[in-house]
Write a protein that binds this ligand. Structure first.
Ligand code: GRF
Length: 206
C-alpha cells in the first residue's frame, strides 16, 4: 500500500473524507503548521501520527519548508496531500515532491485561484462553480487537473451556502483522486493528467 502524508491547517473535513473512504493507502502522518488545528484530532482518533510544525517558530519560509520536507521524508510518503493547508509552499518544496503532491481548491480552476473563491464567484455572476483536485506546481493553484465537480450557483446564495454545496463535492472527489493515484491510474503527460478509468465523467456533475 502507498503511504500518504496529509498536510492541513484547520478544520480537516477533507482529511476526514479521505479517512472515511476506505482507500487502499496507509496514512503515515497528518502534519499541521498550526498547533490548534482541529483536523489533527481525526488522526489522533485513529492512531495516525499527528504532528505539528509551528511555522511561527521558523525565521523564513525556506527554513520551515526544509524542515517540513525532512519530516515528510522521515515518515516516508509516496503521496503528499494538501487538505486545507493554508501556507504557500516554496518552489524547492514543490519541485522536490513533483508528481506526488496534490491539492484541492474550491473553484473550477483555472477560474478563481487564491482566496475567497465563493464570494468572487457570486460577485462575477457565474452560474456554475465547483472544486478541483490537481497536482501542485510552483504556480499557486495551478497544475495538472485530476478531477473536478460542478455545482449550480443559486440566485440567493451567500458565500457560506455556496461553500457548503461545494464542500460536499470536495468530499466526493478528493477520495476518488487519491484512489486513482493509489491504483496507478493517473498519468501526467505534456502537463496534463490522463485518467485511466472508463467512468471519469460520472464524477463531474453533482
Ligand atoms: C476547503 O474548502 C479546501 O478546498 C480549501 O480549504 C478548505 C479546507 O477545508 N483548500 P477542510 O479543512 O478540509 O475542512
Amino acid at each position: 500500500m502507498i503511504r500518504v502524508v496529509v498536510l492541513l491547517s484547520g478544520r480537516g473535513s477533507n482529511f476526514k473524507s479521505l479517512l472515511d473512504a476506505n482507500l487502499p493507502v496507509e496514512f503515515a502522518a497528518a502534519i499541521s503548521n498550526r498547533p490548534d488545528a482541529a483536523g489533527l484530532e481525526y488522526a489522533r482518533e485513529r492512531g495516525i501520527p499527528a504532528l505539528t510544525l509551528d511555522h511561527k517558530a521558523y525565521p523564513t519560509r525556506e527554513a520551515f519548508d526544509e524542515d517540513l520536507a525532512k519530516t515528510i521524508e522521515s515518515v516516508g510518503a509516496d503521496l503528499v496531500v494538501l487538505a486545507g493547508y493554508m501556507r504557500i509552499l516554496t518552489k524547492e518544496f514543490v519541485l522536490r515532491h513533483e508528481g506526488r503532491l496534490m491539492n484541492i481548491h474550491p473553484s473550477l480552476l483555472p477560474m478563481f485561484p487564491g482566496l475567497d473563491t465563493h464570494a468572487r464567484a457570486i460577485a462575477e455572476g457565474v452560474k456554475i462553480h465547483g472544486c478541483t483536485v490537481h497536482f501542485v506546481t510552483p504556480t499557486l493553484d495551478h497544475g495538472p487537473i485530476i478531477i473536478q465537480a460542478a455545482v449550480p450557483v443559486k440566485s440567493d446564495d451567500t458565500p457560506d451556502t455556496l461553500a457548503a454545496r461545494v464542500l460536499e463535492q470536495e468530499h466526493r472527489i478528493y477520495p476518488q483522486a487519491v484512489r486513482w493515484f493509489a491504483e496507478g491510474k493517473l498519468v501526467i503527460s505534456d502537463g496534463l493528467v490522463n485518467v485511466r478509468d472508463d467512468n471519469v465523467s460520472q464524477w463531474l456533475l453533482a
